[in-house]
Structure formats: structure tokens, C-alpha cells
Design a protein around this ligand. Structure first.
Ligand code: SAH
Ligand code: F3S
Length: 443
């Protein structure tokens, strides 16, 4: 690798926090003279930012690394970073000889050095947790996006028995409120009007002085910010202060992604989720009482060890009871090093698979019913981008519903009032109402 040509190609897997971390990596490497390329062939450095939450996420990475290594020329560097890198550490170097460096989520500051070493032939794994690490000084990547992610908390202090995240991202730590506000201001000054605050249990945010309610109020007050979202909260951290801030800060959108994992208190206990079915339903009730039109989405795992047919039916009935707008559904995946490995009563794959299919059908039915009821109503949407399909534009309501509309691509980044004209069951079609269009033009 010559000093003159420094191109990095990064592929990102997993959650929004990995997307935000990729921006961090780009900022860090930018400071070291790297430019991003969209082409792995011409890259001097190829990085794969990985997820470890389920085995199939890791299998995909093995497959992808196998393909990407073909683009390596002599002196090029191939690195695996993120949660899978943290989980496997130097074992990953042993397992894949073409990988030159491995760095976990707290190790990105070392990347320029690791890359230099790798180019000279020394392969390294950087997987030490650094509980102080917030990458506060990392230069920002150009924020010319309609919507931006802002990490406010790293790590997780819960210990859900199925989950590898505490082991890959380390202990929970929150950024200082003033630092978060400064980053949001920077995004807004670059033209972004919607921000999503990120954390593994984002509503447990506490910087020593300010809690999540303070954070919502402070970020909501940033001049020019129009929409404020956050993901993912934990049900136990929705105290009345936080719910009150959500209800009273006008920028906070009417959507919460609230992972439930199971509808059975017995399973929830084994998962160490620290709430019961009733506790979750109570949280939903308090959110709905404060924010009547709130949309709710969730994550659900089926086939957790010991899950009986009755437990599963309780999950199905919870989906019906809550009337989720959508749910991400997963088959339980054993993660080495998590407490659930020791729980007996493994559920056979075909049983888990069949439950997953039934659950998907239930989730779809509930979502379809809710969405059908919205056709005809009017919503403010943010125009995000050109839709993949045809000449349409992809827009989003405050409640996180995707609405496809006809319109000029110049409208990307603007807000319109639209009437929903139809639904596929999950997404909508809509037409801008003329007064809103004039309003935007007049702005
Ligand atoms: N606290 C994070 C959770 C990260 S993992 C958040 O709320 O964003 C994202 C989702 O993956 C979890 O909510 C859970 O539903 C699922 N998941 C985690 N570990 C899993 C496992 N071992 N098997 C299957 N799904 C899992
Ligand atoms: Fe995982 Fe539970 Fe934390 S799902 S990220 S251990 S809240």
C-alpha cells in the first residue's frame, strides 16, 4: 500500500449502531488520509463491520469475507470489525488466514495503526473494552443526510440470558448531554432535520447529571430539528419522567420500538428480561395514555429453551393484545458464552421454525388490520429518497409508516402533508394534499 493512494471500502451488517459506528470509522480513517470508495476492487483497505447477535449473521460474514478476499492485492488489508470481531478476537485470525486485522467496537481508535501493521505483515486483534471510549474527538463525516443516527450510549448493563451484546459491546456508558446536543446541532446545521438517538437500552441513558428525559428535552430544543426518534428502549426504563418528556416535546415522534421478546412471564423470567407480561402491558398502557396515537413495534424471539406451546400462544395473544404495528421475529440462536447456553430443554429446529411461521402470520394480520384502518387519513411525511420501485418517492410518517408518493426528487428532505390512499398491508401509497405542497414551495 503506497502512502498516496488510501482508499477504504466498508460493508456494514447488523443494527443501526453499526451504521453509526461505520461513520465513526470513516471519520477516524479520514483523519489518517483515507477516502471511502464504493468499490472493493480499488480499495487498499476492506473492512467488514459485523453483527454477532445470531449465528446466521456470522455465517453471512464468513461468506462475504470469502468473496471480498478475492479483491485483495498484495499489500492490501482485509479487516473484520464490530461485534463478531469482539466475540471471536484472535480466533478469527486463526480461522480466516486472509483476515489481517480484527477490532471490536471499543478498538476503532487503533485502526490506522492496525492497518499500518497489517500492511507490513503483522496481524493483530484489538478487543480490549474501554469503558471511557466515546470517540468524542473523532472528526465528523459529512452529514448531508435527511436523517441521522446519533449514538448516546454504548454497551449494555442488562444481562438478558440469550444476548451476546453485553459481551461484544461491554459495559453501559452514556455520553455527556452537551456533547450529544453539539453533535445534533452539527447535523442540523448540515441540513438534517430528523435525528435518531441510539443506545442498547437508550432510555436508561444517564450522564451522571442528566437522564433520558433531560436528553429528550435538550435535543428537542435544538433549533431546526423537526423530528426526534430513539431506539431501542427497555420497558423497565420508561419512567413517568421519560414518558412525560415524550408527550410534551413536540419533536419526539409518535413511535416506539419496544422489544418484548416473549409474551410468557415464565419465558421472560428465564430470559432475565426483568419484567412480566403484565409489566410490559402496563408500560404499553402508560405510553398509550400519554401519547394516544403512538405506533408500537417490537422484537420477538421464538424457540427459547423450555418454551412450551402454551408459552408460544401467550406470545401470539400478546401481539393481538398490544396490536403492534410491526414486529421483527427471530428464531432463538444459541450464542456461546451467554447464560442461556446452560438452560436445558432445547427446542427442536422444526418446532421453532413452525412457531416462527405462525407468529409471522399473526404479526402480518395485526399490522394489516391496523394499516387498513389508516387509509384515508392525513399525515405529515418526510421525503427520504427515491423509492426503489418506479419513479416514486419514499416518505415516512412520524409514526414510522413508509408512504410512497409521486413527486419530484427535488422534494427529498422536505415535509409534506399526504393523504393515505392504499396499503399493501405494511407500506402505503399516498397523495400530497395541495395546500401542503404550496406550503413547502412557499418556504
Ligand atoms: N437492546 C438491543 C437488543 C439488541 S439485539 C436493542 O433493543 O436494540 C436485537 C434483537 O435481536 C433483540 O431484541 C432480540 O429480539 C434479538 N436477539 C438477540 N439475541 C438473540 C438470540 N440469541 N437469538 C435470537 N434473537 C436474538
Ligand atoms: Fe441484549 Fe438485553 Fe442488553 S437484549 S443488548 S442484554 S437489554
Amino acid at each position: 500500500m503506497t502512502d498516496a493512494v488510501k482508499l477504504v471500502y466498508i460493508e456494514t451488517y447488523g443494527c443501526q449502531m453499526n451504521v453509526a459506528d461505520t461513520d465513526l470509522i470513516v471519520g477516524l480513517l479520514g483523519r489518517d488520509g483515507f477516502t471511502v470508495t464504493e468499490s472493493p476492487e480499488e480499495a487498499d483497505v476492506i473492512l467488514v463491520n459485523t453483527c454477532a447477535v445470531r449465528d446466521n449473521a456470522e455465517q453471512r460474514v464468513y461468506g462475504r469475507v470469502g468473496e471480498l478476499k478475492r479483491h485483495k492485492r498484495p499489500g492490501d488489508v482485509l479487516g473484520v470489525v464490530g461485534c463478531m470481531a469482539q466475540r471471536l478476537g484472535s480466533a478469527l485470525l486463526d480461522r480466516i488466514p486472509s483476515v489481517d486485522l480484527v477490532a471490536g467496537p471499543d478498538g476503532y481508535r487503533a485502526l490506522p495503526e492496525l492497518i499500518r501493521r497489517a500492511a507490513e505483515g503483522t496481524r493483530t486483534a484489538e478487543v480490549e473494552f474501554k469503558p471511557w471510549e466515546h470517540y468524542e474527538d473523532v472528526p465528523p463525516t459529512p452529514a448531508n443526510r435527511v436523517s441521522a443516527f446519533v449514538t448516546v450510549q454504548r454497551g449494555c448493563n442488562y444481562r438478558c440470558t440469550f444476548c451476546i451484546v453485553p459481551m461484544t459491546r461491554g459495559p453501559e456508558r452514556s455520553r455527556k448531554l452537551a456533547d450529544v446536543v453539539r453533535e445534533v446541532e452539527r447535523h442540523v446545521n448540515a441540513g438534517t432535520t430528523e435525528v435518531t438517538l441510539l443506545g442498547q437500552t437508550v432510555n436508561s441513558y444517564h450522564d451522571g447529571t442528566n437522564d433520558f428525559a433531560d436528553l429528550l428535552r435538550a435535543v428537542g430544543a435544538v433549533d431546526g430539528l423537526r423530528r426526534l426518534r430513539f431506539t431501542s428502549p427497555h420497558p423497565n426504563d420508561f419512567n413517568d419522567r421519560v414518558i412525560d418528556a415524550m408527550a410534551t416535546v413536540p419533536e419526539v415522534c409518535e413511535h416506539v420500538h419496544l422489544p418484548v421478546q416473549s409474551g410468557s412471564s415464565r419465558v421472560l423470567k428465564r430470559m432475565l428480561r426483568r419484567y412480566t407480561r403484565e409489566g410490559y402491558l402496563d408500560c404499553v398502557e402508560r405510553l398509550r395514555a400519554a401519547i394516544p396515537n403512538i405506533a408500537l413495534t417490537t422484537d420477538i424471539i421464538v424457540g427459547f429453551p423450555g418454551e412450551t406451546e402454551d408459552d408460544f400462544l401467550e406470545t401470539e395473544s400478546l401481539v393481538e393484545a398490544v396490536q403492534f404495528d410491526n414486529a421483527f421475529t427471530f428464531k432463538y440462536s444459541v450464542r456461546d458464552g451467554t447464560p442461556a447456553v446452560k438452560i436445558k430443554d432445547h427446542i427442536p429446529d422444526d418446532v421453532a421454525g413452525e412457531r416462527l411461521e405462525r407468529l409471522i402470520a399473526t404479526v402480518r394480520g395485526v399490522a394489516r388490520g391496523r394499516n387498513a384502518g389508516l387509509v384515508g387519513s392525513s399525515h405529515e411525511v418526510l421525503v427520504e429518497k427515491r423509492a426503489r420501485r418506479g419513479d416514486l418517492l419514499q416518505t415516512r410518517t412520524r409514526t414510522n409508516k413508509v408512504v410512497l408518493i409521486d413527486g419530484d426528487p427535488q422534494l427529498v428532505g422536505s415535509y409534506l402533508q399526504v393523504r393515505l390512499t392504499g396499503t399493501t398491508g405494511s407500506t402505503f401509497t399516498g397523495v400530497p394534499t395541495s395546500s401542503a405542497r404550496m406550503l413547502v414551495v412557499a418556504e
